[in-house]
Structures are given as structure tokens and as C-alpha cells.
Design a protein around this ligand. Structure first.
Ligand code: AMP
Ligand code: MG
Length: 376
């Protein structure tokens, strides 16, 4: 993995997320035009952007993230006419999705246009394209005058950044400029839909829900569950299932995900937390507001309980998810115990990210069982 990059001072510049200052955008765009990298806010998460049509910029992105060259990048455009510049063909179904959901958190997999370097697509003959709605992202892409390749602005395998501070924590010294437009609103990455397969399928659930997609294209297939044990892919190795790495969005602390009936989850989390606290472990708990009462005894014994939203508010959970994981991580807990959220609306993306963060540490609880069974 490329980790041999020269350290550069990283500047963080505030930018108005609604009406970005022209001078700030111009400075960032000049860097992009010179083949350099800029971290910028989008409505989903912060992106690590470079000129999508220049191989050297893509190379810098992979190096700054420490991302293997087998993991393709998403190409960001600001207007629909640019789609023709990056995709070789735009099927009718893709056009309908673009009309309905762009600008917004939806990425379409299309045949690769010849001007997009193969490095950007990790050697694939398909390209991932999205039009973000965030005013800073929009203004930046326009000012740069070129499509922008941008993965999430975190080190490979770490939790995606939803603030400029998260991006700085991961990429300080590895990028010249971070535009700070405040916290992102959607909070999880875009939904990736494959339009090159016979039947359109979600490859990664995200900020556009399956339910919403099906109102436009009823035949869209839900994502396949990630494979439990996919070997690490290595540089140079052929791409098998992009984005399907099970451990991908992981905090640096082990996370145990509890799944099952609500009350059984609460009981199991309390029992597990109390045992760990007894042993002197520092315990973080990611819960829903409905759980807070039941978790009180854990909190009184020193557990850090975070309940960003109610079970009925998947969008709020999504918006707070990554920041909460980073907060618990920064509090130096030994373990994160996490409840699961229903896979409805953005809850499907939340479930996906939590299962990946757990990386197999999923504890299925059954109301009738006396002890929780750990599934590995
Ligand atoms: P990131 O931008 O790091 O949040 O991740 C980009 C996502 O898009 C990953 O899940 C990639 O594997 C996926 N992706 C990008 N290009 C392609 C492609 N050509 N085919 C399938 N998936 C892709
Ligand atoms: Mg990412």
C-alpha cells in the first residue's frame, strides 16, 4: 500500500455551506486544476477530491488515503451535461434515476468513458458517477472545470468523516487544503446503484433509500449481504466485488453489534456492559433514545452512553452515526456495544455500516434464550 507520501502542511479554511465565498472556492479550484487534492464537504460525508481526468491526481488520492488501487473512486459532476464526458453510454434507466435524485446522495455505475483513467475505476470498464447537492461541492466542481474524483476523506478502513475535524484527524499532513463547511447533513455515503447489470441492483445502501429508488424504478434489487470472510485484496489484484469488503467502516475500537427483538437487545447489552465494567473495562454504548432508561445502571457505573436519536428516526441516526463512533473512539473506550436499527429508509445504510464496523462481531439475541449467542 502506498504510504510513502511527502508531508505537506494542511490548511483548514472555513467556508459558508450555503453561499460559499467565491475567493475560497477559487483557491481550492486552483489546487484541483494543478492536479492537487482538496478535502471538501458534500451532503453525505467529506470527500477527498482530485481531477478525475488526470491519473496523477487519482494516484495522489490513493496515496493520501492509503487505499488499495483495487478500490474504485466515485466521479463527481456538477451538471447533467458532464455525464457524457465521463460515461460511454447513459441507459434510459440511469437517466430516470438521475432526473429524480440528482443532485443528491445517489451514485450510478455506468460504462466508463474513455477520458476517465483506468486508475480511477480500478481497472474496471465501468465508472461510478454522482452529482452532489452540497453548494460547496457544486461550486468547487464548476470552478475546477473538470469532474472530481472523490472518495470519503478518511484513511482507508476508518470511519468516514462528517466534519472537517474528522478529515483533519485522518489526513493531516497528507493534503494541502480542507474546506470546513460544518457537519454534513445526510451523514452516510451515497447509495451506489449498478446500471450495467441486467437488473439494476444496489451495491451499497446509502443516503437515497431503496423505497425511494423503487418509486422510480420498481425493479431495483436490494444489496446482497456482504460476504462474511472476504480475504484482504491487495494492490494489483483483479477487482472482484468493489465496496463489498466486510470490514470497511470500522472504528479503531472493537464494536459488538446486538441484533434481535428490542427488549432482548437491551437486556443483553446491559448484562454484557455490567460484566465488562466489573472487569474494569471502559465501555461505550451506542443506543436509541428508547434504551436510555434501561441503560441507566451502566451509565451510573461509568459506561459512556450515546443515544443520538429514536428508533423511529433513521435519518437522524444516519446523520449522527459516524460522529458518534468517532466520539466513543476518541474517549478511549475498550469496546463499543451497539444496538441495531431497523433497515427501513436510511436505516438500511445504518445497518450496513454497523455490520461492517462490527466485522463479524454480531450477537444475535433471542427473547427466549437465557444467554446471547455470538455468531462469528
Ligand atoms: P467511497 O467513495 O470511498 O465512499 O466508496 C466508493 C464506493 O463506490 C465503493 O463502495 C466503491 O467500491 C464503489 N464503486 C466505485 N466505482 C465502482 C464501479 N465501477 N463499480 C462498482 N462499484 C464502484
Ligand atoms: Mg469510503
Amino acid at each position: 500500500m502506498a504510504d510513502d507520501i511527502k508531508a505537506v502542511p494542511t490548511e483548514v479554511i472555513p467556508v459558508d455551506p450555503r453561499q460559499p465565498e467565491a475567493a475560497v472556492i477559487e483557491r481550492a479550484a486552483a489546487l484541483l486544476r494543478a492536479g492537487e487534492l482538496v478535502v471538501f464537504p458534500t451532503e453525505t460525508v467529506y470527500g477527498l477530491g482530485g481531477d478525475a481526468l488526470r491519473e496523477e491526481a487519482a494516484r495522489r488520492i490513493f496515496a493520501a488515503k492509503g487505499r488499495p488501487l483495487t478500490d474504485p473512486l466515485i466521479v463527481h459532476i456538477a451538471q447533467i451535461e458532464e455525464l457524457e464526458r465521463v460515461a460511454a453510454a447513459v441507459p434510459e434507466r440511469a437517466r430516470r434515476l438521475a432526473e429524480a435524485f440528482w443532485p443528491g446522495p445517489l451514485t450510478l455505475i455506468l460504462p466508463r468513458g474513455e477520458h476517465v483513467p483506468r486508475l480511477v475505476t480500478a481497472g474496471l470498464e465501468t465508472v461510478a458517477v454522482r452529482m452532489p447537492s452540497h453548494p460547496v461541492a457544486q461550486a468547487l466542481i464548476r470552478a475546477a472545470g473538470t469532474p472530481i474524483a472523490a472518495p470519503s476523506a478518511n484513511r482507508f478502513k476508518h470511519v468516514s468523516p462528517t466534519t472537517a475535524q474528522h478529515a483533519l484527524a485522518d489526513l493531516n499532513g497528507r493534503v494541502p487544503l480542507i474546506l470546513d463547511g460544518g457537519p454534513t447533513t445526510v451523514g452516510v455515503e451515497s447509495t451506489v446503484v449498478d446500471l450495467c447489470a441486467a437488473v439494476p441492483r444496489i451495491l451499497r445502501p446509502g443516503g437515497t433509500s431503496l423505497e425511494a429508488l423503487r418509486q422510480v424504478l420498481p425493479e431495483v434489487e436490494p444489496p446482497q449481504p456482504p460476504r462474511a470472510s472476504q480475504p484482504e485484496h491487495e494492490e494489483g489484484e483483479a477487482q472482484r466485488a468493489p465496496g463489498q469488503l466486510l470490514v470497511h467502516y470500522s472504528p479503531t475500537v472493537p464494536l459488538f453489534l446486538f441484533e434481535g427483538e428490542d427488549q432482548a437487545q437491551r437486556t443483553a447489552i446491559v448484562a454484557d456492559a455490567l460484566q465488562r465494567l466489573e472487569r474494569g473495562e471502559r465501555v461505550g454504548i451506542l443506543a436509541a433514545s428508547e434504551d436510555v432508561e434501561t441503560l441507566r445502571p451502566c451509565e451510573e457505573r461509568g459506561a459512556l452512553v450515546r443515544a443520538p436519536a429514536s428508533l423511529e428516526e433513521p435519518e437522524k441516526v444516519a446523520a449522527a452515526l459516524f460522529a458518534t463512533l468517532r466520539e466513543l473512539e476518541a474517549a478511549a473506550v475498550d469496546v463499543i456495544l451497539c444496538r441495531s436499527f431497523r433497515p427501513v429508509g436510511l436505516g438500511l445504510a445504518v445497518q450496513d455500516r454497523l455490520r461492517r464496523a462490527a466485522g463479524g462481531r454480531i450477537i444475535r439475541v433471542d427473547p427466549s434464550a437465557t444467554a446471547a449467542e455470538e455468531v462469528r
